[in-house]
Design a protein around this ligand. Structure first.
Ligand code: M6R
Length: 607
């Protein structure tokens, strides 16, 4: 799961590639490398770690050449090490790869029989050696032959030692684009990584092979026929990635949330009612469905669970929420009246994308709720609602989640109205409550952060933290636990508060903290009883409640976070922000690289 880049033009390829690599680093930061071809020779430099490491390495080197490829890696096969870093090369060819070659073990056996030996454990090394084996001076012919031997998914960028003016590219399933300027061309895993140079690009399709020169791009289809590609124009811009006054992107992105919610309110509320016409989605389209599936991964799925709660409550339409990596193997029941909603910040998550392709292939209606414009999921679904949250850099998703909640809340209301479960007056009332959220959030962020920072210091000492709650609180508990574990490395687990006594309570000791989410008035007492059960076994409680709640036992107020008051259904907005801040400050207290926690990547582009 990796980022691929390439350059051919008039500049020094090495310099441009390093700039491009910074743009795809969100796809993996275990190792980084580049290859430049010049004068019959391929120079390859690789290192463990981030792009800044290779930048420092090449600073004192002279790497001539106007054509090259680069790669940032998230390790799948083989540890993060120099020998496993891409590009993988021989004297005659270098290759960068995103995806997984599923038959690499067999290919390796074949190559070993032919006398090749292997330095590392990656599947990609077999591609480099296969190409070396079959290369007789015609890159296209060789690529076609080797492509037929590969099973799995791949986006490949390549250089050959004797073609210093051309890059080569091909793909299956994983995405790959070619940025086009008059006298230079760029290869990239995604469109946004080339927008600094050009907004014109070709989308490579499965089976196509591209020969990329600085002036011309020639593309061959599966049958080796040259094809005319349509030039795409990106009509959006990517904001600069700057932390401003904040120490981390995550902190900045948390503080951008009032703006993110306002932005969507402005886009999707018209005359006091939800409106998706601006996204090209008509009421008559939305009215057709009597069943909804939501498919997503990680935080996006947790947004989907809250969406299910809202849609079922407002519209009384049954909603199923499924982990994308499971969805395609579950034989889901999909009828012509089913709408499948895919939620993804990046729009590139391989599991979600695979599910999109399955559902689209069956002719079932699909809507994407996506943040990144030009991303694969946004291109492949029937309809897309962009969450317009701006670039999210930190691995831990924050503002994209709140944007997803905003869209889902409005979608729930819209479906409720179309299904005659909500009146126009209901719509106005709920929309007005949502309209108040950004102001409350702004105040809460300004006034609440320092208090949460202090509480975070107390939380940071625990090795096990439970998140418990009921109803919507339980759904937020799941997101809170994910956020905390991914950036603080604390073993954080979410439980439905009522389930503790059915097993997990045996884990409770004085070393366990149960963060108790108690914002839902109608089940408050029951949640507090469950918190008391934890106390009775020597466990510790941190209570999160909404202001104005009466009858909270004093013992729970000692460690507590008070949230602004809102209608129960909208409390997820405040809960989410408080849990993000808590996770952020716990991670800071533990001196963890918050924006780039270990073993993770921002975008997960392998299944
Ligand atoms: O880009 P996506 O929304 O499809 O990503 C899905 C998950 O990988 C993502 O939400 C992940 O769980 C986050 N790191 C959580 O903060």
């Amino acid at each position: 799961m990796c980022g691929i880049v390439g350059y051919v033009g008039n500049k020094k390829a090495c310099d441009v590639i390093i700039k491009q690599l910074k743009k795809v680093e969100y796809r993996g930061y275990d190792s980084v490398g580049l290859s430049v071809v010049n004068d019959g020779k391929i120079t390859t430099i690789k290192t463990v770690g981030m792009v800044s490491e290779i930048e420092a390495l090449v600073r004192d080197m002279t790497i001539e050449g106007i054509c090259g490829i680069g790669h940032t890696r998230w390790a799948t096969h083989g540890t993060p090490s120099v020998k496993n870093a891409h590009p993988h090369s021989t004297k005659r060819v270098a290759v960068v790869h995103n995806g997984i070659i599923e038959n690499s073990a067999k290919l390796k056996d074949l190559l070993e029989m032919k006398g090749y030996s292997f330095d590392g454990e990656t599947d990609t090394e077999t591609i480099a050696k296969l190409l070396d084996l079959y290369y007789e001076g015609d890159p296209i012919e060789t690529l076609q032959k080797v492509a037929q031997m590969l099973c799995g998914s791949y986006a490949l960028g390549l250089v050959f030692f004797d073609t210093p003016d051309n890059l080569f590219a091909l793909k299956k399933e994983a995405s790959l684009i070619i940025g086009i300027c008059d006298n230079e061309k760029f290869l990239s895993s995604d469109v946004n990584a080339v927008l600094e140079y050009t907004n014109k690009y070709y989308l490579l399709q499965d089976g196509e092979i591209a020969v990329i020169g600085k002036r011309n791009v020639t593309i061959f289809d599966k049958n080796n026929k040259e094809i005319n590609k349509v030039e795409n124009i990106a009509d959006w811009k990517v904001d600069s990635q700057d932390k401003g006054i904040f120490s981390h992107f995550m902190n900045k992105e948390i503080f951008e949330q009032p703006w993110v919610v306002s932005n969507l309110i402005n886009k999707n509320i018209k005359a006091g009612s939800p409106d998706f016409a601006v996204d090209g989605i008509s009421d008559s389209y939305l009215k057709k469905f009597n069943r909804i599936h939501i498919v997503a991964c990680g935080t996006a799925r947790y947004a989907g669970l809250v969406g299910k709660n809202w849609i079922e409550k407002f519209a009384r339409i049954p909603v199923e929420v499924t982990v994308a990596s499971e969805f395609r193997y579950l034989l889901p029941i999909l009828t012509k009246d089913t709408l499948v909603i895919f939620i993804s910040q990046s729009g590139e998550t391989a599991d979600t994308l695979a599910a999109v392709r399955l559902v689209c292939g069956l002719g079932i209606a699909t809507v994407g709720i996506v943040n990144v414009k030009g991303s694969s999921i946004s291109r492949e679904v029937d309809q897309v609602i962009f969450t317009e949250a701006g670039v999210e850099v930190a691995v831990a998703s924050t503002k994209a989640y709140l944007a997803q909640l905003t869209v889902l809340f409005l979608l729930g209301l819209k479906l409720g109205f179309l299904n005659e479960k909500l009146t126009q007056d209901n719509l106005h009332l709920f929309c007005n409550e949502l309209i108040d959220i950004p102001g409350h959030l702004k105040r809460f962020l300004a006034e609440g952060e320092n208090k949460i920072k202090k509480i975070a210091k107390f939380c940071a000492d625990f090795e096990t933290i439970f998140f418990i709650g009921r109803g919507l609180d339980y759904l937020l508990a799941q997101e809170g636990a994910l956020k905390l574990k991914e950036i603080s490395y604390i073993n954080a687990q979410a439980y439905a508060a009522g389930e503790l006594k059915h097993g997990p309570i045996s884990l409770v000791t004085s070393k366990v903290l149960a963060i108790t989410l108690a914002t839902q008035e109608h089940i408050l007492e029951k949640t507090l009883s469950n918190a008391s059960e934890v106390c009775a076994r020597g466990g510790n409680i941190l209570l999160i409640f909404k202001s104005g709640t009466v009858d909270i036992p004093k013992k729970f107020l000692k460690n507590s976070i008070e949230l602004p008051h809102s209608e129960g259904g909208l409390m997820p907005f405040f809960l989410a922000v408080s849990l993000q801040l808590l996770a952020y400050h716990v991670a800071c207290a533990k001196a963890i690289d918050v924006d780039k926690p270990r073993n993770l990547a921002k975008s997960v582009t392998v299944e």
